[in-house]
Design a protein around this ligand. Structure first.
Ligand code: AMP
Length: 112
């Protein structure tokens, strides 16, 4: 399958891992937009958050839980961080394998 994040999950292309378990994988964004910029993806291919089914609810919760753990580990839980889930074309989603951005480590610009 020609999905870059599936290839990252399957270690066919390299990434800098932050966290992994049987269901999710987290790695550093290749073009960071903040001092801490990490992506959390489900290991199974789901196009976007909009495509999550009811049976994926536990997976969605796990992604948030992992985000909180990573924020704590990276020391941004107290200064603050932003979780971003770009969903679809108008939101600027460029990789069509669902992912959560964790951004922090500095004051983030207002999204308006
Ligand atoms: P989005 O615009 O929400 O779809 O975000 C996709 C993100 O994936 C962008 O922030 C990219 O910098 C990041 N990205 C794309 N390719 C890679 C890669 N090979 N390794 C790490 N991050 C990547």
């Amino acid at each position: 399958m020609e999905c870059i994040f599936c290839k990252i999950v399957n270690e066919e292309i390299p990434s800098k891992a932050v966290y992994k378990d049987d269901f999710v994988y987290a790695f550093y964004d290749i073009a960071p937009k903040a001092p801490v910029h990490i992506l959390i993806v489900p290991k199974k291919h789901i196009v976007s958050i909009d495509e999550f089914k009811e049976e994926d609810n536990a997976l969605l919760l796990r992604m948030f839980d992992v985000a909180r753990q990573i924020a704590k580990r990276k020391g941004i839980n107290e200064t603050g961080y932003r979780l971003v889930l770009n969903t679809g074309k108008d939101a600027g989603q460029t990789v069509f394998h669902a992912h959560m951005h964790i951004l922090g480590g500095d004051t983030l610009t207002d999204l308006g």
